[in-house]
Design a protein around this ligand. Structure first.
Ligand code: CA
Length: 328
């Protein structure tokens, strides 16, 4: 693959150029083979061995993995068997969507997943709804009739703690974290997208114009994803169809330095959540109380109790004095 060489040092370059965030910072990257999928797809789909498992109509070809053929009512998925415990990572997806359908008469697209559950068939691009984790959708068909703001094909991202439903009829608009238009069908050049997760910041970049340049698509800070979830990709066709091909999935471990403050902020989470986001069921979990706060609460509670007792004693004594006066 011609693009392979320059792409290897991409994360470092992108961050140096400021694409990854407002502040240029040092970042090293390292390909993790256990979470990557590339030619010749050795062991993919074998029943017990191999790092990746196939599902549905997905098939392994010499040059790609076809999640679905350009045929109605098909679905397919490929899932990593190894849970990912990296804190900071980047997933580079080399894909191809092509078919006979003319403009907007094709579907439905595909999803890239980082989720707790794997190998679960469902209605969200062939995979489970009410998922736990991250889904990035390359949606090639506008289901919502009056599409005004969004031009399709459209890429969007969604983070779910299991409580949210993907609204297929509205192309996931109610739960969308961000998105962009991406004309990705029937192109003669290679098409890529990158999902980068660094210091709780989720960014999606696309390279679909054949210029070997990354374009910003999604940028959301404060995304808290637990570790130990699985990478996967899935696709579905309905009345409309396309070939949805994955050429490679390359997962890079990114090594970044954190300040002590960032270490505190980026501590382990057990449910996916997005800061400052008001979605039903997506409230940020309560921060555990700090030692000082707990001490102050206990201290002032004791002071208040002592104060109340003293007042009580005084009032009681006064009342007794009064009653004595009444008796004599
Ligand atoms: Ca759609």
């Amino acid at each position: 693959m011609a693009a392979g060489g320059w792409r290897a040092g991409l994360a470092l370059l992108a961050v140096a150029l400021g694409l990854g965030g407002p502040r240029a910072e040092q970042m090293e990257e390292h390909l993790k083979r256990e979470h990557s999928l590339s030619k010749p797809y050795q062991g993919v789909g074998s029943a017990s061995a191999g790092l990746w498992e196939l599902q549905g109509n997905a098939i392994v070809m010499a040059q790609y993995i076809r999640l679905t053929p350009d045929v109605q009512s098909k679905w397919g998925a490929v899932w990593n068997r190894v849970p990912c415990y990296l804190r900071d990572w980047e997933m580079q997806v080399h894909f191809k969507i092509h078919g006979q359908g003319k403009k907007n008469l094709n579907g439905d697209g595909f999803a890239i997943w980082y989720t707790k559950d794997r190998m679960q068939q469902g209605p969200v691009f062939g995979s489970k709804d009410n998922f736990l984790g991250l889904g990035v959708f390359v949606d090639t068909y506008p289901n919502e009739e009056k599409q005004q703001e969004r031009v399709f094909p459209y890429i969007s991202a969604m983070v779910n703690n299991g409580s949210l439903t993907y609204d297929h009829d509205r192309d996931g608009r109610p739960t969308e974290l961000g998105g962009c238009t991406a004309m990705v069908r029937n192109l003669n050049h290679d098409t890529f997208l990158v999902i980068r997760y660094v210091k709780r910041r989720l960014t999606v970049l696309i390279d679909i114009d054949g210029k070997q340049e990354w374009r910003d698509c999604i940028d959301v800070p404060g995304v808290r994803l637990p570790r130990g979830y699985y990478f996967g990709t899935s696709s579905v066709t309905g009345d409309l169809s396309d070939n949805h091909d994955i050429i490679s999935l390359k997962l890079y471990q990114l090594t970044v330095e954190r300040t002590p403050e960032e270490e505190r902020r980026d501590k382990e989470v057990y449910l996916p959540v997005v800061d400052n986001l008001k979605l039903p069921g997506m409230e940020a979990p309560l921060e555990p109380m700090s030692g000082l706060a707990l001490f102050l609460i206990v201290f002032f509670s004791l002071v208040a109790i002592v104060f109340a007792i003293v007042i009580g004693v005084i009032v009681y004594n006064k009342w007794q004095e009064q009653s004595r006066k009444h008796f004599y």
